[in-house]
Each structure stands twice: as C-alpha cells, then as structure tokens.
Ligand binder design. Structure first.
Ligand code: BV8
Length: 264
C-alpha cells in the first residue's frame, strides 16, 4: 500500500522527487474532468449508471441501435459544450510549461486538456468532438453540427454519402490506435515519476501502465478521492479532489525547480 496522505503533506513528496526536465508523465481519467461538470463513468452520478458500457460504448451497440448511441453522445456533448478546464487541467499545463513533463496520457475524450493549453498529450481513447465515417476515412468535427441538427438520426458521411458517421472514440472491444499505444508505452517506460490522476484503474490496457512504470522503478503518485487498485502500487496516494491537490503539488514542484535554478 502506498503512503496515504490524508492531510496533504505534499512538501515531503515534492522533496523526494527528481525535478529534472521531462521527468513526469501523467495518466488521467474521468475524475480530472469531474470539477468541469463532466460526469465520471463509474461514480455515483456516473455515465454508466443509467446504462451499461456494453449497451452503448461498443461497435455492437452501434450496429444494433446507432440512434441510441448517437443520442448518448449528443447528451454528453451538450454537457461538454458548457464545460471548461478546471485547476487540475491547468496544473498539468503549468508543469508542461516548466518543462517538467514528457506528456499526458488521457483516457478522456473531452478535449479539456487541450483547451487548458497542454500540448504534449495522447488521446488514447479518442476524441468525442470528432466523428469519423464507419467506412471511408472521412473525419470531421461534429460537436457544432450534431447539436445544430434537430432530428436525432445518426449523421451520414458527407464524403461517401452512404455510410454512417460514428464518434471518433475507441469503444470497448476495439483495439487502441497503435501509434497512440506505442507512444503511451514509450512515455510510461521513460517516466521517472508517473502521476495517476482521477482514474478507477480498471479499463485496460491503459490500467496496465502504472504496473509497467512500477516494474520500471518509476515513482508513482496517485491523485484520487478514494482508494483504487493503483493505490497498492503507488508510492504516495493523495486522497482529495484533484482540482485542489494537483495545483498545490504542481506549484510546489515548480517552486522547487525555481529554487534549484537560483542555487545553480
Ligand atoms: C482492448 C471511450 C484489445 C469511449 C472508453 C471483453 C471483450 C473485449 C475487451 C474486453 C473484455 N473484457 C475486458 C476487456 C478489455 C476492455 C476493458 O478494460 N473493459 C473493462 C470495463 C473491464 N478494454 C477494451 O475493450 C479496450 N480495448 O482491450 O482492445 C481487445 C480488443 C478486442 C477484444 C479483446 C481485447 C478499449 C477500452 C476503451 C473503452 N473506451 N472511452 C467513450 O468515452 O465514450 S473507456 C472509458 O473509461 C473512458 O475513456 C474513461 O476515461 C475510461 C476509464 O474510466 P476512468 O477514466 O477511470 O473513469 P471512472 O469513472 O471509472 O473513474 C473515475 C475516477 O475518478 C474514480 O476513481 C473516482 O474516484 C475518481 N474521481 C472522481 N472525482 C475525482 C476523482 N479523482 C480525483 N479528483 C476528483 N475530483
């Protein structure tokens, strides 16, 4: 079990960290976007509560009932279009600006990391604001388009004009895009510190990344509001809302780097 920090004694963790350039990699999940108003997947208000994953986020569900799947994505997009990045997203952007991060591996499809200014990221489960044709290679932003549409018929590809568009995300039972997965693996294997933020750690293969990092002797720090399977392999678990804990952590690391630059 990692060392549980209930009252957020973050100074002692920061002191132990190597604060060298590009040493931090983050794996983030739905919990980081909770404070932005995006429901998580498995929490009390989770997106899956009304539905089961296999009913909606799978190619079989789409083949069976594209209208239901599109309506679920439109409902999520309506929430997302009101959402803004929160202090946790900006904390990661500040660590990137301080040259301390290699990149962010996001399971989220909401794009809030990019709006917060993070430039080095891999959207390992895709991106909800884009739609792609189920057959040809056409891809387009659909957020504005789909919401403008009054009818809820699934959109037809404007390129090939006969096949349906689908959300540009990775569904359960679908493999991850290989370049994205290799980049996530590379980053994880070179991470001196892996931050695991707002994820239940149960969706594979992303859930295996912290175990890989652990085997590679990375320093693992979990940011969550409750214990998860990742807590067992974390060097520290900081329990609390990451929109509070992560900015404090990031500020202290950046201050520490500033101090060491001054003393150089
Ligand atoms: C794959 C995009 C190879 C879509 C998502 C049977 C058949 C086929 C595959 C499988 C199978 N059994 C298992 C699998 C593998 C499967 C899987 O892992 N299933 C799980 C459910 C067991 N994985 C796959 O299918 C993957 N592909 O394996 O390919 C393959 C292929 C064919 C056959 C076999 C193998 C593809 C998985 C990708 C699924 N797509 N999203 C969409 O979004 O619509 S996953 C979805 O879950 C989101 O991306 C989400 O981000 C992700 C993970 O969930 P979390 O982010 O962790 O969110 P969650 O709500 O669970 O947790 C939130 C956490 O935040 C909690 O811990 C909470 O405490 C915390 N929190 C809340 N508030 C805060 C907070 N923390 C800090 N601060 C706060 N304020």
């Amino acid at each position: 079990m990692g060392y549980i920090i209930e009252n957020m004694n973050i100074d002692s963790i920061v002191e132990k960290l190597e604060t060298v350039d590009h040493s931090i990699v983050s794996v983030i999940g739905a919990g980081i976007s909770k404070a932005s108003g995006m429901p998580t997947f498995r929490g009390d208000d989770g997106l899956w509560n009304q539905y089961r994953a296999e009913d909606l986020a799978t190619p079989y569900a789409f083949a069976r009932d594209p209208k239901l799947v599109w309506e679920w994505y439109r409902a999520r997009m309506r929430i997302l279009l009101q959402a803004k990045p929160n202090p946790a997203h900006f904390a990661l952007a500040n660590l990137e600006k301080a040259n301390l991060t290699t990149g962010v591996i996001t399971q989220n499809v909401d794009g809030l990391h990019e709006i917060a200014g993070i430039r080095n990221y891999v959207e390992i489960h895709g991106r909800i604001r884009y739609a792609r044709c189920t057959v040809c290679s056409h891809i387009e932003r659909w957020d504005k388009l789909a919401l403008a549409q009054k009818d809820i018929e699934p959109p037809v590809c404007p390129e090939c004009k006969e096949n349906l568009l689908r959300p540009d995300v990775v569904w359960f039972g679908e493999t991850l895009e290989s370049n994205n997965w290799s980049l996530a693996l590379d980053w994880t294997l070179q991470a001196q510190t892996l931050l695991v933020i707002g994820t239940s750690g149960i969706v594979h293969p992303v859930a295996s990344l912290p175990y890989l990092a652990k085997r590679n002797e990375s320093f693992i720090i979990e940011f969550n509001i409750e214990e998860t399977p990742i807590s067992d392999i974390s060097d520290f678990s900081i329990y609390g809302p990451c929109e509070k804990t992560l900015p404090e952590f990031a500020d202290k690391i950046i201050q520490k780097v500033g101090r060491s630059d001054e003393s150089d």
